[in-house]
Design a protein around this ligand. Structure first.
Ligand SMILES: Cc1cc2nc3c(=O)[nH]c(=O)nc-3n(C[C@H](O)[C@H](O)[C@H](O)COP(=O)(O)OP(=O)(O)OC[C@H]3O[C@@H](n4cnc5c(N)ncnc54)[C@H](O)[C@@H]3O)c2cc1C
Length: 219
């Protein structure tokens, strides 16, 4: 895959690292996420960094992979999610281990990846993919207010199912449903976005004399 074999391009850090032990803070004003420290500096293929598209990718993505450390072990779980300026919302049952763990405000990393096309090359090392991805870092906060839960759940449902309305298409959540639902607001501390676009880029892909085939394959 060319994203892992190409030489690293240089890019300067944009700020100092925040200590890992920083305490959880109450939600601040909604701020669009941006790269801020060395942990969100894209080193490999820095030319593919697209920080101005972080929000666009978060608004159009469908699956968030949520990662944290628990008892010294990595933990990674896929979720549906909702995004609003600077905040990723995750929901689940009250027994959801991941969301319960995030209640303590520990650091969490979230990846949202969209695979757009696969790229076949005439050389093995140059097979690749067109993608759009965001990696965000933040801390979770449990939401208990039923009105806020309803607002976020309604917005999330409309995002995944545009055009469906209550009560024509589905019954709204009851207050009991919402009390039982665990909802976590991850305020994004910083994020990065990266994408690959274009066709085969191997050294022989545009050479008609070189054997093999090179093409873009939809997914
Ligand atoms: C695309 C997608 C979207 C999802 N969206 C949501 C959502 O919005 N809300 C929600 O509550 N759940 C969602 N799920 C299910 C979610 O991934 C978890 O399985 C579930 O939330 C339980 O989480 P937990 O932290 O309690 O896991 P636990 O059951 O405590 O996890 C224990 C272990 O089970 C394994 N495991 C757990 N989940 C998965 C999995 N999905 N695939 C493979 N192994 C797993 C892992 O090894 C994990 O360490 C989604 C799953 C997928 C694939």
């Amino acid at each position: 895959m060319d994203d892992t074999t190409a030489s690293e391009a240089a890019q300067s850090p944009v700020g100092a690292s925040k200590p890992a032990s920083a305490p959880a803070v109450p939600p601040g004003p909604a701020v669009p996420p941006a790269p801020r420290t060395d942990r969100t500096r894209i080193r490999r293929h820095a030319d593919r960094a697209v920080p101005d598209r972080i929000e666009e990718f978060l608004l159009s993505g469908t699956v968030a992979h949520v990662a944290m450390v628990e008892n010294g072990e990595p933990r990674l779980i896929p979720f549906l999610y909702h995004y609003e300026t600077g905040h990723i919302y995750l929901h689940g049952s009250p027994g959801n281990a991941t969301l319960r763990t995030l209640r303590d405000g520990r650091s969490v990393a979230i990846a949202v990846t969209q695979l757009v096309e696969l790229i076949a090359s005439k050389t093995a090392a140059d097979h690749s993919a067109n993608y759009r991805s965001v990696v965000a870092f933040g801390r979770g906060r449990q939401i208990v207010d039923v009105a806020e839960k309803r607002r976020v759940l309604d917005a999330m449902t409309v995002r995944y199912f545009p055009g469906r309305t209550t009560p024509a298409d589905y019954a709204p959540a009851t207050d009991d449903d919402l009390v039982r639902m665990e909802l976590t607001d991850v305020e994004i501390d910083e994020a990065s976005a990266k994408m690959r676009d274009g066709g085969p880029m191997g050294p022989h892909d545009s050479d008609p004399e070189f054997p093999g085939s090179a093409f873009i394959q939809p997914v």
